[in-house]
Design a binder for this molecule. Structure first.
Ligand code: AOS
Ligand code: ZN
Ligand code: ZN
Length: 388
């Protein structure tokens, strides 16, 4: 068994990044239900993210999405974050909401539009220089809807060319995270549809390019922990976009649909000693809270990741290795299930208390009066940009 102090230290040192867009209004293509008190601009999104960090102690960075979080002076935004006790995390590039990108961004058949898309990505790297962000996260909605619409192969060439130009612009301490998604908004082909495609491009690019796994971006039944294990072994896992899904890219709270899957993923992480921030994997949330209150939902999500992590940390690794060595299938499975069946909430409450935090961050938020304050102060909150 790992020692309790090791488990506690690992939990106290865990880092989870929250996304700016999760604090804003969002919805489906059918309706956005606005909520009172949501942030009106990036400054207020960061203030809310800081509240999540103050209450949980493990969410010190917030990811931005450009242009949703466009401001004149990103250096100032970074200082604003510091003043609130957090810092700016991954810069998410958005090349999917411009009229010009109807047939794609970096893989568009028109060279002028490809140029425009790449220029946006380069601008995102300029922003990273100003914010001190390490990661540029790329997700492309590019693809086709009909057989014959465009050349699948030519689109891969265009993608490779665009990625190369952006990769070469990265500073020595900056990284590129290439996210994949099976489908949507394209329904016939997607240019980066799976981890294999992302991995192959990252290998071609070099060591600063790694794969981002969004847990909602696979075909039903996909074994995500296998992908995690494979990429960890290849040193090509850069980040997670955590969320849960019942059907497709549902963007629900992580750990809500399938906490067991989250545990299995965290088991791969823990057994590869990749939980430590120095291991270089960014654990981010990518969620939309369409009907539930935003800040408590994000706190709940952070707690769900912590619970899955704690269960993975208490797995008896020696007993597991012994059962695996001796081919005792049932014993090996029982070791995992024992850990999964353990109620780790008391342990996490203690870890929080040791860090000077309220053991129950959701209750602490409700008691803080913050929600009442923002509802009174903020009128006309913005939309994340999604589901408009
Ligand atoms: C889109 O499906 C992806 O998950 C991206 O990460 C996207 O940039 C993010 O969800 C914000 O919309
Ligand atoms: Zn994502
Ligand atoms: Zn997504």
């Amino acid at each position: 068994m790992p020692s309790t102090s090791e488990v506690r230290a690992a939990l106290a040192g865990q880092r989870i990044e929250t996304p700016s867009w999760a604090y804003a209004n969002s919805g489906t293509r059918f309706k956005v239900f606005p909520q009172p008190g949501v942030p009106r601009d990036p400054w207020e999104k960061i203030a809310d993210a800081a509240v999540v960090h103050r209450l949980t102690g493990v969410a010190p960075t917030v990811a931005l999405h450009i242009p949703w979080d466009e401001v004149e002076d990103f250096g100032k935004l970074a200082s604003h974050a510091e003043e609130h006790g957090v810092s700016l995390g991954a810069i998410n590039s958005n090349v999917f909401q411009d009229e010009d990108f109807k047939l794609g961004s970096v893989t568009n058949p028109d060279a002028r539009i490809r140029r425009k898309a790449v220029d946006h990505l380069l601008k995102c790297v300029d922003i990273m220089d100003a914010t001190g962000s390490r990661d540029l996260k790329l997700w492309f909605s590019d693809g086709t809807n009909y057989p014959g619409q465009d050349s699948i192969r030519a689109r891969q060439d265009r993608l490779a060319e665009a990625l190369r130009e952006v990769y070469d612009r990265l500073g020595p301490d900056q990284r590129m995270l290439l996210e994949y998604k099976l489908f949507e908004p394209a329904f016939y082909t997607t240019d980066v549809p799976d981890w294999g495609t992302s991995y192959a491009h990252c290998v071609e690019l070099g060591e600063k390019a790694t794969v981002c796994i969004d847990t909602g971006h696979h075909a039903p039944g996909t074994n995500i922990e296998f992908i995690v294990a494979f990429l960890l072994r290849a040193n090509k896992l850069g980040a997670f976009d955590f969320n849960s899904r019942f059907y497709a890219d549902d963007d629900l709270m992580v750990g809500a649909a399938d906490p067991f899957q989250l545990f299995r993923i965290m088991h791969e992480i823990v057994s590869a000693d990749a939980l430590r921030p120095e291991a270089g994997i960014a654990f981010m949330l990518d969620q939309c809270h369409n009907i539930e209150a935003k800040i408590p939902a994000i706190i709940r999500s952070v707690l769900n990741v912590q619970e899955a992590t704690a269960k993975a940390l208490i797995i008896d690794a020696e007993a597991l290795a012994e059962a695996q060595r001796s081919g005792d299938v049932l014993a090996a499975n029982a070791v995992l299930m024992d850990a999964y069946s353990t109620d780790v909430r008391p342990l996490l409450r203690e870890v929080r208390a040791d860090a000077g935090l309220d053991p129950d961050p959701v209750a602490a938020y409700r008691a803080s009066g913050y929600q009442e304050r923002i509802e009174a102060d903020r009128v006309g909150g913005t939309q994340a940009g999604w589901g408009a």
